[in-house]
Design a protein around this ligand. Sequence first.
Ligand SMILES: Cc1ncc(COP(=O)(O)O)c(C=O)c1O
Length: 362
Amino acid sequence: MKLKVAENILSLKPYTPGKPIEELEREYGISGSIKLASNENPLGPSPKAVEAMQAALSNLHRYPDGSGYYLVNKLAEKLGVSAEQIVLGNGSDDVIGMLTRVYLTAGDEAVMTSPSFLMYEIFVRTVDAIPVMVPLKDLAIDLDAMAGAVSEKTKIIFITNPNNPTGYHITTSEFNAFMAKLPPRVVVVVDEAYIEFARDQHCLNGLNEIEDGRPIAVLRTFSKAYGLAGIRIGYGVMPAEMAAMANRVRQPFNTNILAQAGAAAALDDELFLKQTLELIHSELAFMQAELKKMGVECFDSQANFFLIDVKQNAGKVFEKMLRQGVIVRSMVSYGYPEYIRITIGTRAENVRFLKALETVLK
Ligand SMILES: Cc1ncc(COP(=O)(O)O)c(C=O)c1O
């Protein structure tokens, strides 16, 4: 077939998801493996969400509510914003796509860190705009360099807080100093996929910064702390004027009936969220203490994952861990050839990870 495809689409590196666990187990001849690779919730989905989704099953012959009325209003009340400021997405990924379609045209620039969450670049290139990558400095977001990378053509800046894959965060005062340097026409997307896990009281909470006239869009998701990655639901909070534009390019039925029901119930499941955060915080401390005893360098994190320096080829360590039935994420393709990212699991999973790593590094 000789179909003509635009250059910007040809330049896209396709997102390469990991293979299903069952397939990996078959390939490697292992069983009972554990996945600590995608920053998912080790406790599973919120039980209240599961119950609400089960109750919604009998309505699957209907289209979902295109406005997500109940979920949007519940979110607005919980977050102290107006319903007009909220945009629902089929995962927060979907909201990134809407914002790029609204604010970027061919030749515009979008500033982001390198490395950063892969979907920013994919969406930016899809509309023939140009990703401008600003390297991290000692694993932290270099806000001065990001402000310095803004040109006449810049329309969007992406900031991930806490950041993926580092787990590092930025503070409110750092953010406000950065905002003061930007021309007011630039949309600042603050991706807070991991914000619930942040412990530092100075950590930026983007919702407090959306005020009159500031073009800030905060992205949040039910995929991490709420344990609903598989049902795909997230949202953006932004000034009402921006939300109205994003809603123009949103597919009307982008969030499905189960996702809307599950997310609304998950918001009420405060016990589940509390248990999740307690587990992540205590297991992060446990894992890092054990790794230090083993002499492995770990980096601090405000998220549900952290980086370690294995001081050898991370791709090879990843392979060897896989043979032990432990799936982690090698940072080779992120530009850190000797780092591995580990998602925090249950105690049993974490102990298994530690044992496997000890064997592999020996
Ligand atoms: C920084 C960041 N943003 C967004 C997402 C996507 O979240 P969702 O599942 O809501 O699309 C992820 C998922 O890994 C992420 O790491």
